[in-house]
Design a protein around this ligand. Structure first.
Ligand code: NAP
Length: 485
């Protein structure tokens, strides 16, 4: 299969925080890969901006090292790295002061249509950057800003952030990144649902028994202990990533695949979410493993009540989904790294075969990572003589196998999203009202834990959370899908 590269216009992309971890690990290697794919037109430039005092040569060296370390080894002809580095500039700038702003103003070109400013800095600097871009005349109607997560830590802070950005930028210029939406397989959720006649007629309370969404990580909090202790799985994963997956799986078909229509439908799902009862949520904190300290040691707070695992049962009160549970689960130090959405269909309402005691029903699993693909469990006749015996088999489609080279090495989420910014396509970015609605649903859950002094249940590192998480489904006569690597 030949991949179609859609050209983009020449652009100036300024990365504030251009020396930081995210820039080095994701943004710059992603840009390099797009350059290798021929998607960076002549005249496109990338300008790193941070306080560190370095010249353009020093910055290029830093970026070259980052690409070698995090570039994913994508093949690229000799000399291409140097050619990419020629596109780079660096400005030492202070988001909170006046240093560097006149240099940046001199560097920016009026001739280029697209100016994008990536705020890869702490959220506390977002407002300062927006203000200074405006006061230095760097923001015009064509400018775009890209903001990273976390977008607030509750409804109040998200509203304040939205308001500070809205002072200088229209909503159509603001690109709030949830990198989950940039993953090929997450976009595939929409393609599978709305590109086939097969699924959509069955995608409702009449045919679906329940839906599970699992995002399991094997890593612990790593070097992010201080941040994570203030955040926890609910803020770090559920409010954004799992919420987005839930929206895509549950939303009504948008009239068109365009930013307004898709985001309107996602917002309706969030607004239809039921209030979650305390006994429908399980929080966990990982215990020490053979090679890792326990959560509290990892975050440096022996009394931490922050959760590294959440499992919950969520309802959506609308015509399509009333009465159908959505079970969400995410955690660190789980048994395998795996993100999967599973749609478990209802059993047949009548069987013409002799009952064999087995629960034959269709199960559609969409694997987001690793080994992206789709599996459909179907019931067939067990081969051989001796009457009609049923057996369940997987119809297994690995995208890598089905699509060959292109499917096996899809562009990283950041690559895709940055190019969407340049193209001016906001479909895969969160709108301000979506983020606020997600916080409005999340806040009472977190406030309830705080008010009750809730303490997360310990779970073994390498397990799939506290046993209470299994009980959550067992009470409904269901079990979690196996977390498969
Ligand atoms: P980081 O490694 O701490 O980098 C922060 C960057 O901001 C550095 O380049 C720093 O450079 C610059 N900076 C700090 N203060 C500044 C100022 N006053 N003016 C101008 N530049 C300033 O942080 P990060 O991990 O890259 O994260 C950046 C953002 O992305 C954060 O909002 C984070 O939550 C989000 N994010 C990160 C990841 C990730 O994997 N790292 C994932 C998702 C979201 P100087 O010190 O030289 O100024």
């Amino acid at each position: 299969m030949v991949s179609r590269i859609i050209p983009v216009e020449a652009f100036d992309l300024v990365i504030f925080g251009g020396t930081g971890d995210l820039a080095r690990r994701k943004i710059l290697p992603g840009l390099f890969r797009r350059y290798c794919a021929g998607q960076m037109p002549d005249g496109a430039r990338v300008i790193g901006a941070a306080r560190s005092d370095m010249d353009a040569a020093g910055y290029k060296d830093m970026v070259a090292d980052a690409i070698r370390e995090f570039g994913g080894g994508r093949s690229c002809e000799d000399g291409t790295l140097d050619a990419f580095l020629d596109r780079l500039h660096y400005v030492a700038i202070d988001a909170r002061g006046e240093t560097g702003w006149s240099e940046l103003t001199d560097l920016m070109r009026d001739s280029v249509q697209v100016r994008a400013y990536y705020f890869s800095v702490a959220p506390s600097l977002f407002g300062d950057l927006a203000e200074r871009l405006h006061s230095h005349g760097l923001a015009d109607d064509q400018s775009r800003i890209v903001v990273e997560k976390p977008f607030g830590r509750d409804l109040q802070t998200a509203r304040a952030l939205n308001a500070s950005l809205a002072e200088h930028f229209d909503e159509s210029q603001i690109y709030r990144i949830d990198h989950y939406l940039g993953k090929e397989t997450v976009q595939n959720l929409m393609a599978v649902r709305f590109g086939n006649t097969l699924f959509e007629p069955l995608w409702n309370a009449q045919y679906v028994d329940h839906i599970q969404i699992t995002v399991a990580e094997t890593v612990g909090v790593g070097g992010r202990g201080e941040y994570y202790d203030k955040s926890g799985a609910m803020r770090d994963m559920v409010q954004n990533h799992l919420m987005q997956l839930l929206c895509l799986i549950a939303m009504e078909p948008p009239a068109k695949f365009d930013p307004g229509a898709v985001r309107d439908e996602k917002l309706k799902v969030i607004r239809a979410l039921d209030k979650v009862e305390p006994h429908h949520i399980v929080r966990g904190q990982y215990a020490a493993g053979p090679d890792n300290p326990d959560f509290r040691e990892a975050v440096g707070d022996a009394r931490s009540k922050t959760e590294s695992f959440v499992a919950m049962k969520v309802g959506i009160s609308n015509w399509r989904w009333a009465g159908i549970p959505f079970y969400l689960r995410t955690g660190k130090r789980m048994s395998a790294r795996s993100s999967e959405i599973t749609v478990v269909f209802k059993a047949r309402n009548h069987s013409i075969f002799e009952e064999d005691g087995e629960d034959h029903r269709n199960v559609l699993s969409i694997r987001l990572q690793p080994n992206e693909g789709i599996t459909m469990k179907v019931t067939i006749k067990e081969p051989g003589p001796g009457g009609m015996r049923l057996v369940d088999v997987p119809l297994d489609m690995s995208f890598a196998e089905a699509l060959g080279e292109d499917g096996g090495d899809p562009p990283d989420a950041y690559e895709r999203l940055i190019m969407d910014v340049i193209r001016g396509n906001q479909t895969l970015f969160m709108r301000g009202d979506e983020v606020e609605a997600a916080w409005a649903w999340t806040d009472p859950i977190i406030d309830g834990w705080t008010a009750r002094g809730d303490v997360p249940k310990p779970y073994d590192s390498g397990s799939n959370g506290p046993t209470d998480a299994d009980q959550l489904l067992a009470r409904d006569g269901r079990i979690w899908r196996e977390v498969r690597p």
